[in-house]
Design a protein around this ligand. Structure first.
Ligand code: GN1
Ligand code: MG
Length: 365
């Protein structure tokens, strides 16, 4: 029996397992869709966690439990979803009541319920989709906004702290013999010209202009599930990176992933651009509900957030390419290089449209 099968069996499936297939496009964990011969639940999601990224899986699961319980209580008290369908994935437990199973090779496995009649898209299809993604993030933020950050562990130290990624890049550069190519030169130039600005959000936090809140950490477009029959967002999944942070990381990540019509996996990096109409629609979905918790200073850094998170992801991919693809899963040696160039092109397009984007934010707030 292969390991995914053994692992799936550990999570008490309510029926016989019929198939297990790899699932989704995650860059970090190995994800599987388990199909059951059962009337109650036909599927569930099984994952082998990446130990190089998440070194304390117990803490990740603890954060997910804390968040899930908080959101369930909130939805009961104040039904913010106002009659619309909104689901939170439910962690599945082993015979012993645990949410993790460790295999003989010391890999950590976990499972969660499948969300029926909902699908994930790697790119936005129209402005209505963009609005729904924005709404989903606002609802999520609103539901967790009153969760005290002291209740969430820091499971990924330095996550989204751009100056730390820059320091790491500099260390990697000193031990790498660089190949010479126009692509690598473009990557290096993209990083070097934005160095002095890379601490824009962290500096604002140090100055007390922005403050920590509970965040999702990875609200990219394909983590928002859409019900195909209503076209409405019904869930925001992938809760691994829930921890204290700036909500600007979330807003930036949602915009940089959504407003890139070619998608982050495109090979045509030279044609990548930031789509202003999607940006407008996403913010139209996000801001009405977000007004409940956004403060004056928060608005002032929205533009920098999208610019920075696109740049930061480029920097992370580029560094990983130089390191030999040790963090993000890569299908080829140059995969992370191309991914990096996509994000740098996107950053450039965001900068080129700086005044339009800022005018839009001013208009909508
Ligand atoms: C990683 O594995 P996935 O797709 O959930 C990464 C995110 C990046 C994303 C880019 C923990 O997320 O930060 O934005 O790839 N997650 C982690 O696609 O580093
Ligand atoms: Mg993720």
């Amino acid at each position: 029996m292969d390991t995914p099968f053994i692992a799936a069996e550990k999570f008490n499936p309510p029926g016989k397992i019929t198939t297990i297939k790899t699932y989704g496009n995650g860059n970090v964990h190995d994800t599987f869709l388990v199909t059951l011969d059962s009337r109650t639940e036909e599927y569930f999601i099984l994952q082998r966690l990446n130990p190089r990224v998440f070194r304390q899986p117990e803490l990740v699961m603890q954060n997910i439990r804390t968040l899930t319980e908080h959101v369930r209580r909130r939805l009961q008290d104040v039904p913010l979803n106002a009659g619309r369908r909104w689901e939170i994935p439910r962690p599945l437990l082993t015979e012993e009541g645990r949410d993790l199973w460790i295999d003989p090779q010391r890999s950590f496995w976990r499972a969660r319920s499948f969300i029926n009649n909902a699908r994930s898209y790697d790119t936005l299809r129209h402005a209505g989709h963009a609005r729904e993604v924005g709404f989903a993030l606002a609802l999520f933020h609103n539901l967790i906004n009153d969760l005290p950050i002291g209740q969430l562990a820091d499971t990924l130290e330095g996550f989204h702290i751009t100056p730390r990624y820059l320091q790491h890049f500099d260390r990697v550069l000193t031990v790498t013999s660089l190949k010479k190519s126009p692509e690598i030169n473009y990557g290096l130039r993209s990083i070097n010209r934005r160095r002095t600005w890379a601490d824009v959000l962290e500096k604002a936090r140090d100055q007390g202009r922005l403050h920590l809140r509970p965040i999702h950490g990875d609200p990219k477009v394909n983590n928002v599930l859409i019900d195909p029959s209503t076209q409405q967002a019904v869930s925001l999944v992938d809760l691994d990176t829930v921890k204290p942070g700036l909500i600007h990381y979330d807003i930036g990540d949602c915009l940089r992933s959504g407003c890139n019509p070619l998608g982050e996996e495109t090979g045509q990096w030279e044609s990548v651009r930031f789509e202003l109409e999607y940006c407008r629609a996403m913010l139209q979905g996000y801001l009405p509900m977000a007004r409940a918790f956004l403060l004056e200073n928060d608005y002032a850094f929205l533009f920098e957030a999208v610019r920075l998170i696109a740049f930061e992801l480029g920097l992370r991919f580029f560094t990983d390419y130089l390191e030999g693809n040790v963090y993000f899963k890569a299908a080829s040696e140059e995969h992370n290089l191309i991914r990096a160039l996509v994000q740098f092109k996107l950053t450039e397009s965001i900068e080129d449209q700086s005044s339009d984007i800022q005018a839009l934010i001013k208009d909508l707030r």
